[in-house]
Design a protein around this ligand. Structure first.
Ligand code: C5P
Length: 232
């Protein structure tokens, strides 16, 4: 898979998400399904969107004991998704078991991406709540290295961190970056943002865009613009 724009389909019902995807007519964007939609509609929504021909990033951020994660990944792999994720904080053993669980009988598997430190966690919360006293950048890079050593395909990170992740883990280690906004658009609750063109220059492999596309007056035009800015 090459560089691509992934649309975060943060909807709460099947009607809303399918209505949104209908607007794309012949186009089949790569979509991200998160906890809200998955918990509301169950695995059937994944099958239905997959049957329509979309690639799917299933963003469920697994984190549990290695055996449980391995078995859960086996179930998710059978849904024929293209990308799944977990928390690197679950440890190297958990990440390795997750990879094992994802392998299908035909030898294929979805891409496995690690969440490092959530962007909602800042230095203060990390120190106070998690008793991690290192600088947050160092923690993020450490998680990225452990994910790479465990055999994962990449990490979710801010576009501002993508260049450094590639320096530390190599250019083929994927960076999947949310927090992307068009130059003139509202940032919403995202604090550290980049445009699709900037994310491209800094080396992001996939950008995840939600509201700038889902809330646009013309979502198809917004998606085409993101693709053009990011991939050209
Ligand atoms: O609407 P917006 O473009 O901000 O959506 C970004 C998507 O990426 C959301 O689904 C959000 O949950 C997800 N995400 C994020 N920041 C992270 C990890 C995931 O914004 N650090």
């Amino acid at each position: 898979m090459g560089k691509d724009v992934i649309i975060a389909c943060d909807f709460s019902s099947k009607e809303e998400v399918l209505g949104f995807l209908d607007r794309f007519e012949g186009r089949k964007p790569f979509v991200k399904i998160g906890m809200e939609l998955f918990y509301a509609e169950g695995p059937q929504i994944v099958r239905e969107i997959k049957e329509r021909g979309h690639k799917i990033f299933l963003d469920l951020k697994l984190h549990d004991i290695p055996n449980t994660v391995k078995k859960a990944m086996r179930v998710l792999s059978r849904l024929d998704v293209d990308m799944v994720n977990l928390h690197a904080a679950g440890t190297t053993v958990m990440m390795k078991e997750a990879l094992e669980g994802l392998k299908r009988e035909d030898g294929t598997r979805p891409l496995l991406i690690a969440v490092t430190q959530l962007t909602s966690t800042d230095q203060e919360a990390m120190e106070k709540d998690l008793l991690i006293e290192k600088p947050i950048d160092e923690v993020v890079m450490h998680y990225a290295k452990t994910a790479k050593e465990a055999g994962l395909d990449g990490v979710v990170c801010s576009p501002l961190e993508a260049g450094k992740v590639h320096d530390v883990c190599g250019s083929s280690f994927l960076t999947v970056t949310p927090g992307v906004r068009f130059a003139e658009s509202d940032h919403g609750d995202q604090k550290r943002v980049m445009t699709p063109a900037e994310a491209n220059r800094i080396g992001s492999d996939y950008i995840v865009m939600g509201r700038p596309i889902t809330s646009a007056e013309d979502p198809v035009a917004a998606y085409e613009r993101a693709l053009k800015e990011f991939c050209e």
